[in-house]
Design a protein around this ligand. Structure first.
Ligand code: ADP
Length: 993
């Protein structure tokens, strides 16, 4: 590398071995300058010396350093000179000339310093005149280039040096390794040498031993030779003896076996006898049993006949008595009387005859004749009885007929008299009624439709309107209008037209309780004679198998969003017998093609779009529903959209009902987002409308639902009270308080068709409160399915099916798992969490119990499995922090799983503690605790376990009581029906909102 550098530098005319002042430059210096040049040279050489003293062995690094410093100094000198010289403006020389000059001067420069000085002075004097300024400049430039090259070379060399150093280090490491190996090898050689010596020693010993052995063998051989002749005989004898012994043993065992066999034979014959005896007695018993069965059946039929006969006899007797009392039938009575007389006469003559002593033969003959006569008479008596009875029946029949015609005549008569009274009503009466109706219409107290219907009734002189008028004479006008409207309602349709607009519906699109409510309430209302329709988004992830006859309509409904119209495809199908409309928006954001129902960043947009499209569908279909029922924040937009946009367009027949299933979720978003679905942000972002009560730049859809609906409900009476408090209202308590007149809590029901252990196809064995056998079968099936221990049938199994969110008391659910184990039970959890850290936490617990015999955690949503867990579990734990209604406690009870719950919201309204003396015994159905902590839960669980273990019979009664409780939608649906009807009636009595 150093040589490469040298050649590189030398190519430009520089020496790398002697870093002195460049001769050409020195040659060009004036005497005054020369001194300084010398000085510089001196300085450089002293610097060089210093550096040489420090030089590392390779010598390359100091060389490059020198070159660098030297060049630098030179370039400084050059620059000052170049400046002075260039100003003189003398002639130029060719570079070739300059180079030859440089070479010549270099040859001179290798002499001694003194000689060099003399030569330089002479040369300078001779050549100064002939060298021109240009030559000097080109030389300086050359020198500069050389300096640059040297610098590059130096950097290169430095890098190389680094490389070499690292290589050296690696080599050094290798050397070290080799040295270590060498030392190891040395040690091994030493050990091997030692071993070799040992082996040699051992070989020597072996040899010795061999020799000893051979000498001993020779001695032994001498001894053996003496006994050789007798050994085969002795050995043979010994063998024979042994064989003999063995044979003896065999004989003995055979004898024993023989004895055994004979004994067994005896035993077998005995058993045979016993068997035949048993057979015959069994046959006997069978025949006796058959006889007995025959007898029983005969007895049954006899009993039955007997009963029938005795009833008949009683009836006849009664009839007979009645007839005797009522009938005035002289001929029959006479006949009967005469016959009776004859009988008496004959009896008297018999006794007479008996008394007079006829010869025995005659007497006997006479007696027989008499007896025959008596028999004939008795027969006739019976016949007359039968005749009398049939006569009585005929008479009764005619009496009945008479009564029937009489009542008919009376009815007709009444009708006629009523009609004639209605007909006879003065015209003033009907005219007055007509005027009242018209007045109400003009005053907008009733609609044109209702007025038309009422007028028609008056025209026909309908008795109902006549009665209604008479009945409401003493009432105020408001009540009068309501009474009349009831008439129009009954003549219009048999029920209400109710439309649910929702984000969930079980079982096709269910996340939680909301889905159950929509289908459960819908079906119950349908059963009550109302027309119920459902509108849902068409999610890509729905359970399409559960929709019957799903098909797309040949129509497109366009709806507004973000300043444009978007097309919606409309699908129809039935779910659980309910008609459902599915809206599929053709929006580029593919709102319902997300593989999940909720939890998207644009949920506000997705559901405000859906709410608007649903109303657009109703509007374009020309529907005139009585009730539009929207649920939770996702469809709460329906309420303001209806009153702000659609009522004005003419979709104005309905009252709006809003149900909030959980005030935890309010869908709060920046106010501006409301504009997307066409709502007026300025109008609605006000404290009395949709503005969120805490963030004034935000809107709250739930608040909008409350403010803009005619009926507001939540899912249990206790929760309705809780949300009116600061703690429970999640910021909406004031809004709810001011809407208290229209706000009510209705406890949800459960779909008792879907949740029915006696028909449930998801469970292994169907069962009921009257036959609980199947419950144990399901418990066994679940244990096997989840690979839990089945060794103890009575070991209590605790179930828990829930969304794993803080509301459900996840920390208490975790505690319940461990407490169940401590109490000797088994625990099965089915649930999943939308909260990542909770899901992770439960995944860890699930892994911990992965192959445990008594605990299994299934972190997923599985409807079918949930049915089996309800059926299999003995207890069901729900330790919620708050619970709007809760369905699982009701489902659990229906499946005979006793609930252990925290007393809050709907749990408070549906579970009553077994030990609570303030509650009538027949309503006590579970175990409750109030304080939401581990102690509270443990206490309730301990009581439940004690009850289960110590009083199995009472537990059974509790299970049966729970299973028989009515949690159907019937009573809840009746409450909703009343709310709807009251609201509809109110709407008709007042002007449109
Ligand atoms: P919420 O509506 O707050 O989730 P509810 O008790 O009102 O609670 O309703 C929960 C419903 O969801 C019940 O029908 C329950 O069986 C069901 N459910 C909850 N989690 C699961 C799950 N992981 N798998 C199957 N069903 C579940």
């Amino acid at each position: 590398m150093a040589s490469e550098l040298c050649s590189l530098v030398l190519g430009r005319g520089l020496s790398c071995t002697k870093p002195r002042a460049h001769p050409p430059i020195a040659r060009l210096l004036r005497p005054s300058l020369r001194v300084s040049g010398k000085m510089r040279n001196r300085n450089l050489s002293s610097q060089q010396k210093r550096q040489q003293a420090k030089r590392v062995p390779s010598g390359q690094f100091p060389l490059n350093m020198d070159t660098q410093s030297h060049n630098n100094n030179n370039s400084e000198a050059q620059e000052s000179n170049v400046a002075g010289i260039s100003r003189s403006g003398e002639r130029t020389i060719s570079s070739d000339d300059a180079d030859s000059d440089i070479n010549r001067q270099m040859n001179v420069a290798v002499s001694t310093p003194e000689e060099t000085n003399i030569v330089i002075e002479n040369d300078v004097r001779q050549e100064l005149s002939s060298i021109r300024l240009e030559d000097l400049i080109s030389m300086i430039r050359n020198a500069e280039k050389n300096i640059l090259l040297l610098n590059q070379a130096r950097i290169h060399a430095l890098k190389e040096l680094d490389k070499i150093l690292s290589e050296k280090e690696a080599l050094q490491a290798e050397i070290n390794n080799l040295e270590i190996k060498l030392a190891e090898t040395d040690a091994r050689i030493k050990v091997a040498a030692q071993e070799k010596i040992n082996v040699e020693l051992l070989e020597g010993q072996l040899e010795k031993l061999k020799n000893e052995m051979s000498s001993r063998n020779s001695v032994e051989e001498g001894k053996h030779s003496i006994l050789d002749w007798e050994s085969p005989v002795i050995l043979e004898l010994n063998d024979l003896r042994k064989e003999n012994e063995l044979l003896k043993d065999d004989i003995q065992t055979l004898k024993l076996k023989l004895a055994d066999i004979s004994e067994t034979e005896e035993h077998v014959s005995l058993l045979g006898k016993e068997q035949s005896a048993l057979k015959s007695s069994f046959m006997e018993l069978q025949s006796q049993f058959a006889k007995a069965q025959d007898d029983v059946s005969k007895l049954d039929s006899l009993q039955y006949e007997c009963k029938a006969l005795s009833i008949k006899v009683e009836n006849l007797q009664e009839l007979f008595d009645n007839a005797r009392q009522k009938l005035d039938h002289p001929s029959l009575d006479l006949q009967h009387h005469e016959l009776q007389k004859k009988v008496d006469k004959l009896e008297a003559s018999v006794t007479e005859t008996n008394m007079s002593k006829f010869p025995s033969e005659k007497f006997h003959h006479y007696d027989e004749i008499l007896q025959q006569k008596i028999d004939i008479l008795e027969k006739r008596l019976q016949e007359s009885d039968v005749e009398i009875h049939s006569q009585i029946e005929m008479f009764q029949e005619s009496v009945r007929e008479f009564h029937h015609t009489l009542s008919k005549l009376k009815e007709e008569n009444e009708k006629k008299s009523q009609e004639s009274s209605l007909e006879n009503m003065p015209w003033e009466f009907w005219s007055q009624l007509l005027l009242i109706i018209d007045g109400w219409l003009l005053e907008k107290k009733i609609s044109a439709n209702d007025a038309k219907l009422l007028r028609e009734m008056i025209w026909k002189k309908d008795a109902q309107i006549h009665d209604a008028f008479l009945a409401s004479r003493s009432k105020n006008e408001h009540e009068k209008v309501a009474t009349f409207l009831k008439l129009t309602y009954s003549c219009k349709s048999p029920g209400l037209h109710i439309i649910h607009i929702a984000a969930e519906m079980a079982p096709v699109a269910k996340v939680g309780g909301l889905g159950d409510v929509v289908s459960g309430l819908g079906k119950a209302l349908q059963r009550k004679g109302h027309l119920v329709e459902i509108i849902l988004p068409k999610y890509d992830c729905m359970e399409y198998d559960l929709i019957t006859d799903l098909k797309a309509l040949d129509v497109v409904v366009e709806s507004y969003f973000d300043g444009q119209m978007f097309k919606n495809k409309i699908w129809i199908g039935t779910v659980e017998g309910l008609p459902v409309y599915f809206i599929e928006p053709h929006h580029p954001a593919k709102f319902f093609w997300r593989g999940k129902y909720y939890g998207e960043h644009d949920d506000f947009k997705r559901f405000s779009f859906f709410s608007r499209a649903a109303l657009e569908l109703l509007y374009q279909a020309g529907k005139k529903p009585d009730i539009i029922h929207c649920h939770d924040w996702q469809t709460a937009f329906v309420a303001p959209l209806y009153w702000d946009i659609y009522a004005a367009k003419g979709l104005d027949s309905a009252r709006i009902c809003f149900t909030c299933h959980n005030f935890e979720y309010q869908g709060i978003a920046p106010a501006s987002e409301l504009a997307s679905c066409g709502l007026n942000v300025v109008n609605l972002n006000r404290p009395d409308r949709m503005q969120d009560n805490s963030a004034h730049d935000k809107v709250n859809p739930v608040k909008g639902g409350i403010v803009f609906s005619n009926i507001v409900t939540t899912v249990s009476p206790t929760y309705a009270q809780e949300v009116c408090t600061i703690e429970g209202g999640r910021g909406l308590h004031e809004t709810l308080k001011s809407s208290s007149k229209k706000f009510v809590g209705v406890l949800n029901g459960i779909d008792t068709d879907a949740w029915n252990p006696s028909t449930d196809n998801y469970i292994r064995v169907q069962y009921s409160a009257d036959d609980l056998q199947g419950k144990a079968g399901n418990k066994d099936a679940l244990r096997k399915l989840l690979k839990l221990s089945s060794s103890k049938v009575t070991q209590p199994l605790v179930g828990c099916i829930t969304r794993l969110v803080p509301q459900k008391g996840v920390h208490l659910i975790r505690h319940a798992i461990y407490r169940t184990l401590e109490l000797g039970g088994q625990f099965v959890l089915l649930g999943s969490s939308p909260v990542p850290h909770i899901q992770r936490e439960f995944e860890d617990i699930a892994n911990q119990f992965q192959s445990h015999s008594h605990v299994r955690l299934l972190l997923k949503y599985d409807d079918a499995l949930s049915h089996l867990i309800f059926a299999a579990s003995d207890m069901f734990v729900i330790p919620s922090m708050f619970e709007p209604c809760g369905l699982t406690q009701m489902i659990a009870m229906r499946y005979g799983s006793v609930p252990i719950v925290r007393k809050t919201g709907g749990l408070h309204d549906s579970v009553f503690d077994v030990d609570d003396n303030t509650v009538p015994v027949q309503y006590r159905n579970g175990f409750t605790f109030v304080t939401p902590n581990e102690q509270g839960l443990s206490n309730a669980m301990e009581r439940a376990f004690q009850y289960y273990i110590r009083s199995p019979e009472r537990w059974l009664q509790l299970v049966q009581r729970d299973m028989r409780l009515d949690f159907s939608w019937n009573s809840s649906a009746t409450q909703y029906e009343e709310l709807y009807q009251r609201s509809v009636a109110r709407a008709r009595t007042t002007t449109r909102v």
